[in-house]
Design a binder for this molecule. Structure first.
Ligand code: ZN
Length: 56
């Protein structure tokens, strides 16, 4: 579960969690591409697979 008291490495634009390698200044956001991550609580859930819609 996401612990809001904890800080994570997130995209500064959408506050989604990103993975930044140790010693690396950039990380990759699914939506914003290469970004400089910040340490913050996560404000948005990660992108989820698009739910399937049954054909109408
Ligand atoms: Zn982003």
């Amino acid at each position: 579960m996401t612990d809001l008291r904890h800080t994570y490495t997130v995209c500064p634009h959408c506050k989604r969690q990103v993975v930044a390698l140790r010693g690396q200044q950039n990380a990759r956001c699914v939506e914003h591409g290469t970004i400089v991550p910040i340490r913050s609580a996560i404000a948005n859930p990660p992108f989820a697979p698009v739910p399937r819609r049954p054909a109408a």
